[in-house]
Design a binder for this molecule. Structure first.
Ligand code: SAH
Length: 265
């Protein structure tokens, strides 16, 4: 099996693996991510967001650290101690590590310390939210652009990327890390989108306790408060949530492309 070969390679290379855990459901990690957890000697996981069920993939003798209570130096110290011992280390991040994963600073430190690493992507929560809603973010003649953004918190957002500016485009927008500021968020969104623009909030997409709140910019804030959703949710906005769109050219029988000729009847 190619799998065995890869396993051996991984051991020989002694890489630190930065792995996307997916949005919550343990079946939504990649096959490679699961295998790396099964093989790991040390796992450092982002405890506030990663579903602990994913740790069931780990061996009973795997040493597990919850990074929720650790600072960057402490995370790096664990890696710097375990790596020279040839231990297989997985740094497990929620969703995909490239989206609000704070991995860049970790990667730069590893690089400076000449510790090789690899990144295994994951299913981001914004993909799980679309799946939960059974919607497609890009629809012909509705929007062909998805904006992933957030309100500023302790992390500032560059002024040009203020939600008020982004809202002017009326594209599909997914807002992370901001549901606790839903009133202010909606006020800013309404400076660009009409009040009747559909909005949906998905709490814990793909977890057993997943919840959805569907409305428009006129009522979504109130509905979210009623549902008592204050964290671990995405706010999605745009007419992709509505029912009007043009049919896709890709499957249009009158449209030829590289793999299919048009039907001319
Ligand atoms: N890297 C992650 C995002 C980390 S930032 C990813 O790709 O999804 C944490 C924020 O992501 C949360 O505040 C919330 O806005 C969102 N989030 C993470 N998991 C979620 C889930 N299962 N359902 C809804 N939102 C989620």
């Amino acid at each position: 099996m190619t799998d065995d070969k890869n396993m051996n390679n991984d051991v020989n290379m002694n890489l630190v693996d930065i792995v996307g855990a997916g949005p919550g459901d343990p079946e939504l990690i990649t096959v490679r991510g699961m295998r790396l957890l099964q093989q790991a000697d040390v796992v450092i996981y982002a405890g506030s967001l990663v579903n602990p069920k994913l740790l069931d993939y780990c061996r009973p003798d795997c040493t597990i650290y919850d990074s929720a209570g650790m600072n960057l130096d402490e995370v790096i110290a664990v890696i710097k101690e375990a790596w020279p011992q040839g231990k297989r280390i997985v740094r497990l991040h929620t969703g995909d590590p490239s989206i609000y994963g704070a991995i860049r600073e970790q990667m730069d430190i590893l690089e400076a310390a000449a510790i090789p690493f690899r990144v295994t992507p994951g299913v981001s929560s914004f993909c799980a939210a679309a799946a939960a809603l059974k919607k497609e973010y890009v629809l012909p003649e509705v929007s062909q652009t998805v904006i992933l953004t957030r309100m500023e918190g302790r992390t500032p957002v560059p002024a040009a990327e203020d939600i008020r500016n982004l809202a002017k485009i009326n594209a599909t927008m997914i807002i992370f890390l901001s549901v606790h500021m839903i009133d202010e968020l909606v006020a800013r969104l309404r400076e660009g989108y009409p009040a009747d623009t559909p909005a949906a909030v998905v709490y814990k997409a793909s977890w057993p306790e997943e919840k959805q709140v569907i409305g428009t910019l006129a009522d979504i804030a109130e509905k979210v408060q009623q549902a008592q959703i204050g964290r671990t949710a995405l706010v999605t906005v745009g007419r992709f949530l509505g029912d009007e769109y043009a049919l896709s050219k890709l499957y249009d029988k009158g449209f030829s492309h590289g793999y299919r000729n048009a039907v001319t009847d």
